[in-house]
Design a protein around this ligand. Sequence first.
Ligand code: TRP
Length: 87
Amino acid sequence: MVGAAMEGVGTVTEDEEASGRYIVVKALEDGVVIMGLTRGKDTRSHHSERLDAGEVLVAQFTELTAAIKIRGKAEIMTDVGKVSAGV
Ligand code: TRP
């Protein structure tokens, strides 16, 4: 990223703070489900996204979201590396 593209990195427009880092999930089959799990003592699924084969989700962890759960065949890329789910 260069110039204007760098502006706003690490900031969010919502009240909620997001981390500056991203995770990328690429669906390798239709109907892959990504669930956002809440931060704190109570762990519940607060949002889910369904991806079809080839679709990619780019996301951040936030004050609300501490973990994600992925159902189905997908490729997941994070700072700690790349992993395959559903295989
Ligand atoms: N509510 C849990 C927490 O804030 C969410 C969570 C974080 C979690 N990491 C996890 C749930 C790993 C299951 C597995 O700690």
